[in-house]
Design a protein around this ligand. Structure first.
Ligand code: AMP
Ligand code: MN
Length: 330
C-alpha cells in the first residue's frame, strides 16, 4: 500500500532529480538482480532526461546479467572522488552496504525496501511493502514522466522476477503484476529474460549444486536444512563461489523444509550466512543479531566460528523461529 507520505517523498525526489544534472547510482555489495535492475532502470530514465550518469558498485554484476542493456557500463570501485549533484543509492538499508566510500559527502537519495532502513540519505524513501526495489524505481520513473522504454521495462522486470524468487515470495501485490503487465506492454521478452538469468549455468555450476546439495543436512525436526561450500569443494567441482548464487533457495523446494542456512567460507572460521524461509518464519530476526539484515524470508549476515559450531547454532535459531511462527496468531 502506498501512503500519502510516500507519494509526497517520491514527488520531492522527482523534483530534486529534475533540477540536478550529474548523478552517481549505486547499490549493495555483491549486487543481485534487484540491485542491478533498479540501478539500470533508473539510469536509462535519467539518460532519457538528458542527465549524466555514472554507475558505481563495489562488486561486478553477476555474469548472467552482463547481457542486459547498460550493465557493462557499471564501474567497479570502492571509492568515488566526486559524488556529482546527487547520489541515488538503491536497495541498501545502510549507506555502508554500498561498500563505496565518498557517497557520504554527496546529496544522497535513499530508495529501498529493506526492513530497518536507517534513513541515511538527504532524502529517504523506503517501502517495505514493495516486492522489489525495482517496483519503487518504476513508480519514480513514472513520476518523472519518462517513457517506459524496453530498456527500462526490462530492468524493472529483472528486479521483480529475481527479488520475488520468480514470483514465489510474499510481498507480491496486485501492483507487482500491474507493473509487470506494463513492462510486457512496453515490449520486454519475459522468456528471454528468464532464460538469460536462469538457464545460462556453466557445467561447473550445476556440478557444484550437486556437490553442495549432496552434503545437505537436516536437523532432528526435519524442518531446518543446512548447506555449505568451502573453497575446496568449489575447486573440486570446477566452479566458483559466484556459481553458488541461488543454491540457498533449493532446499525450500522440499515440502517439509521451512528454513535453510547456507554457509559460504569467507576466511578461516569466517562464514557468510544466507538464510531463506517459508511463510511467517522470520530469518531477518536472526540476521540482525549478527549485524546483518534483509527481509523476513531472505536475509544474510556474517558469523565467526567453526562450521560444525555454526551449523548447530543456526539450526537451533532457525527452529526457534519456526516454533515462534507457529505460536503466533495468524
Ligand atoms: P543473500 O542471502 O546474500 O542473497 O541476501 C538475502 C537478502 O538479505 C538480500 O535482500 C540482501 O540485501 C540482504 N542481506 C544480505 N546480507 C546482508 C547484510 N550483511 N546486511 C544487510 N542485509 C543483508
Ligand atoms: Mn531487493
Amino acid at each position: 500500500m502506498t501512503t500519502a507520505t510516500e507519494v509526497s517523498v517520491r514527488a520531492r525526489i522527482a523534483d530534486e532529480i529534475r533540477r540536478r544534472q550529474r548523478f552517481v547510482l549505486s547499490s549493495h555489495v555483491r549486487p543481485d538482480g534487484d540491485a542491478i535492475g533498479s540501478q539500470l532502470a533508473m539510469a536509462f530514465a535519467l539518460w532519457q532526461l538528458g542527465k549524466e550518469v555514472r554507475l558505481v558498485n563495489h562488486d561486478a554484476p553477476p555474469t548472467p546479467m552482463m547481457v542486459f542493456p547498460g550493465v557493462p557500463k557499471i564501474e567497479v570501485s570502492s571509492h568515488v572522488e566526486d559524488p556529482g549533484d546527487a547520489v541515488i543509492v538503491m536497495e541498501c538499508g545502510e549507506l555502508s552496504r554500498t561498500g563505496v566510500e565518498g557517497f557520504e559527502r554527496g546529496f544522497v537519495i535513499n530508495i529501498d525496501h529493506h526492513l530497518g532502513n536507517t534513513g541515511y540519505g538527504t532524502l529517504n524513501w523506503f517501502d517495505t511493502s514493495a516486492a522489489a526495489c525495482g517496483e519503487m524505481v518504476f513508480d519514480l520513473v513514472r513520476e518523472l514522466g519518462v517513457q517506459l522504454t524496453p530498456e527500462i521495462a526490462t530492468h524493472v522486470y529483472i528486479a521483480i522476477l529475481t527479488d520475488t524468487g520468480s514470483f514465489h515470495y510474499s510481498n507480491i501485490s496486485p501492483q507487482t503484476f500491474d507493473i509487470c503487465r506494463q513492462c510486457v506492454e512496453a515490449g520486454i521478452d519475459p522468456p528471454a529474460i528468464a532464460g538469460a538469468i536462469y538457464d545460462s549455468n556453466s557445467l561447473g555450476r550445476l556440478k557444484l549444486f550437486g556437490a553442495v546439495l549432496s552434503k545437505m543436512e537436516l536437523d532432528a525436526s526435519g524442518h531446518v536444512a543446512t548447506v555449505y561450500v568451502d573453497q575446496k569443494l568449489a575447486t573440486e567441482c570446477g566452479g566458483t563461489y559466484e556459481d553458488t548464487e541461488g543454491i540457498v533457495n533449493l532446499p525450500l523446494t522440499v515440502k517439509e523444509i521451512e528454513a535453510v542456512a547456507f554457509f559460504k567460507e569467507a576466511g578461516p572460521d569466517d562464514w557468510r550466512v544466507s538464510m531463506r524461509s517459508k511463510g511467517e518464519v522470520d530469518v531477518n530476526a536472526i540476521a540482525k543479531q549478527f549485524g546483518g539484515g534483509g527481509h523476513k524470508n531472505a536475509s544474510g549476515c556474517n558469523a565467526r566460528g567453526t562450521f560444525e559450531d555454526l551449523k548447530l547454532l543456526f539450526q537451533r535459531l532457525l527452529l526457534e523461529q519456526i516454533e515462534a511462527a507457529r505460536a503466533r496468531p495468524t
